[in-house]
Design a protein around this ligand. Structure first.
Ligand SMILES: Nc1ncnc2c1ncn2[C@@H]1O[C@H](COP(=O)(O)OP(=O)(O)OP(=O)(O)O)[C@@H](O)[C@H]1O
Ligand SMILES: [Mg+2]
Length: 361
């Protein structure tokens, strides 16, 4: 039996005990002589299956926020607390994993649960399962809409390099966290990057429907996500498959999109340096973008490397200075239980909740 919580997952021997949490994936299977698992059966752990969406939230209240290939998203209000949320309704059943759309939903829920402590990831609140294989994912509401709409709303006066830097920094921070937890998004693009309506918008990455958990034994070969944002190795598909670095390529295309507002993006992907030079942006920003667009994955910038790049360094120092110690995002970090180094690290990574002695395992 294997339990997966964002990071690599863990094999359990017979009679070994382990506490499972909401959203954990549980796999049952046997090992072949090669040591690799044979066909695994996958389940997701979720409690309280009897509650209904309509009982807890006022769904008639809501306007439509968006829709895509698999789901519709509406605004909704909590009946007792009066808080506003977004609810994504998907026709799929995460308890029957024979169909690919069901597995997609299972991964979406599990990835969001694994990453819920980072303010740059759209926070999952709860999930409801309805008759007719309907699943509702209630999450925090990002009132500023998505980055694609934001870029187009600012198309006349182009986003300034400073605006782009503030957004890029937050995406890198959230994606670094996702990769550190073993989650690859595989559909990172402006439509899946939400914003709050603050003056300097706060980024909320969403739509983990194409997400996958990467580990030492898993090989990714499936062509999911959005073609325009695909890394070259997804197209070429070498025998070893591709890695989480496909997200870094998508970040490069997203930056091109922000700097050029989409004009002829296909051609720009092939010639990013020429495109960036003609857009009068600083040399540091050009290098930052081009580093994500390296054809050879091992030479491509990771999100960790990007966060310490010359383009982001001074901004990063400014952000860290602005955050009062012991508090992030309005939530107090527990001073008694957590040592200063751990607290500083959590603040830097934007983690809203840290447990004494780190993980729950
Ligand atoms: N939490 C939210 N707050 C505000 N708007 C949201 C929220 N979630 C989604 N939206 C809006 O709905 C759109 C679609 O959401 P999302 O990307 O999750 O679904 P999708 O593209 O239909 O997903 P899939 O690719 O799984 O079909 C987003 O681009 C955004 O405009
Ligand atoms: Mg989407």
């Amino acid at each position: 039996m294997q339990v997966q919580r964002g990071d690599m997952g863990r094999y359990l021997a017979v009679e070994e005990c382990y506490t499972i949490y909401r959203g954990d994936l549980i796999q049952f299977g046997t090992h072949s002589l090669t040591g690799l698992p044979t066909r695994m059966r996958t389940y997701i752990f979720y409690s309280d299956l009897t509650a209904s969406l309509a009982g807890t939230y006022d769904i008639n209240h809501g306007k439509g926020l968006g829709s895509g290939a698999f789901g519709v998203v509406n605004l909704t209000v909590h009946r007792i607390k009066g808080t506003i949320h977004a609810v994504k309704t998907i026709k799929a059943d995460p308890f029957n994993l024979e169909l690919p759309e069901n597995l997609r939903l299972t991964h979406e829920i599990s990835a969001m649960e694994a990453l819920r402590d980072h303010p740059g990831i759209c926070r999952i609140e709860e999930v409801f399962f309805d008759i007719g294989n309907i699943t509702h994912i209630v999450m925090e509401y990002a009132a500023g809409g998505n980055l694609y709409e934001y870029i187009h709303a600012n198309i006349r006066n182009n986003l300034s390099e400073g605006d782009i830097k503030a957004i890029a920094y937050q995406i890198c921070s959230a994606m670094e966290y996702a990769h550190s937890k073993g989650v690859v998004h595989r559909d990172l693009k402006p439509e899946n990057i939400l914003l709050t309506n603050d003056k300097t918008p706060v980024v909320k990455i969403t739509d983990f429907g194409a997400a996958e958990f990467f580990g030492e034994t898993s090989v990714m070969t499936d062509k999911v996500g959005t073609k325009l944002f695909w890394a070259p190795e997804i197209l070429i598909l070498p025998s070893e498959g591709y890695s989480h670095l496909v997200d870094c390529w998508s970040m490069g295309i997203t930056l091109l999109f922000m700097f050029t507002t989409h004009r002829n993006l296909n051609a720009q992907c092939l010639l990013p340096s020429t495109t960036l030079k003609s857009n009068r942006i600083t040399r540091e920003a050009q290098v930052f973008t081009a580093d994500f667009l390296h054809f050879i994955p091992s030479l491509r910038a990771t999100f960790t490397k990007a966060l310490s790049s010359p383009w982001l360094q001074s901004y990063r120092r400014q952000v860290l200075r602005a955050v009062p110690l012991g508090n992030w995002n309005g939530k107090a970090l527990n001073k008694e239980n957590i040592d200063p180094a751990q607290r500083a690290d959590a603040i830097e990574k934007g983690i809203t909740k840290i447990h004494p002695n780190q993980e729950r395992e």
